[in-house]
Write a protein that binds this ligand. Structure first.
Ligand code: 6PG
Length: 269
């Protein structure tokens, strides 16, 4: 791999270890941001990546050490489904961190909830858009307006998140920016994305513009499993073509990549 302005890459044993490191870094970055600026803006992700991390975040001492009341949570992308739909990128946080829908027995079993005020959660308003028949373009425009009014300060027009967390698809996509996407050329802060046909789930998406990756103070990419090895070898190969491998947009010095050994197997030395 070429020397220079590269991200930090941390290789750990397995997905559980990746969740632990991701939770530790997330807690640290959010806590530092609140100390420095009075609030933290965190864009989280979907897929399976954040679920293990949320579970670690809700354990003491991490749970008690994070200033949750000053943390604002956004989603870099979402599927155009209701928030309680199994495909929603918001549902894992609702379920795991906030304990929404948890049974009484589960609560009595020692589960805790993260004290994140409901007003600090800023998902794409998919449910309202669907319910009112307004469509994914409206949904994306609404979140863009919320970002401008209530989001982190912008630099060159793009919001500067304290932390953008990303998973990576087996095709090398990040956010809902798929290979060949026209999103990078758009001037819109948030966009509707037609349902991809090459990768599941085949549902329409909404996404932030990928410029938020480069603008963020810290980017955290988590990729685990042998299914990510081939594309990671391309992402960290000599050829730079983020149109083909959008994850290369996070091959930047402000990013930390947390990989397990299976995913990292094909990386160049
Ligand atoms: C999608 C996926 C995707 C996901 C990555 C990583 O909507 O296409 O949810 O964006 O974040 O594929 O997924 P894993 O965390 O499950 O590896």
């Amino acid at each position: 791999m070429a020397e220079g302005a590269e991200p930090e890459i941390r290789i750990v044993a397995d997905a559980d270890a990746a969740s632990g490191v991701a939770a530790e870094l997330t807690a640290a970055r959010l806590t530092e941001a609140v100390a420095a600026r009075g609030r933290a803006d965190w864009a989280t992700t979907g897929g399976s990546t954040p679920i293990g991390m949320y579970r670690v975040l809700m354990q003491p001492p991490t749970l008690d050490g994070v200033p949750w009341a000053d943390i604002h949570v956004w989603w870099g992308d979402d599927r155009f489904v209701h928030r309680d739909h199994p495909l929603s990128n918001v549902k894992p946080l609702d379920d795991v961190l906030l304990g929404i829908g948890r049974t009484e027995e589960g609560t009595a079993g020692g589960a805790v909830e993260v004290p994140l005020p409901a007003g600090n959660l800023h998902p794409f308003p998919t449910g309202e858009a669907i319910g009112r028949g307004l469509g994914a373009d409206w949904c994306a425009a609404q979140l863009a307006a919320t970002l401008r009014s209530d989001g982190p300060p912008a630099l060159d027009g793009w919001p500067v998140f304290d932390l953008v967390m990303l998973g990576m698809g087996g095709d090398g996509h990040v956010l809902s920016v798929f290979p060949g996407s026209t999103a990078p050329a758009s001037a819109e802060l948030c966009l509707a994305v037609p349902a991809p046909t090459h990768i599941e789930p085949h549902v329409e998406r909404v996404t932030m513009h990928p410029a938020v990756i480069g603008a963020a103070r810290q980017v955290l990419v988590v990729a685990t499993g042998a299914g990510k090895a081939a594309v990671l070898a391309e992402v960290f190969g000599d050829e730079r073509d983020p149109g083909r491998w959008p994850a290369q947009l996070a091959r930047i010095p402000t990013a930390t990549w947390i990989l397990d050994e299976a995913a990292a197997a094909g990386l160049p030395d």
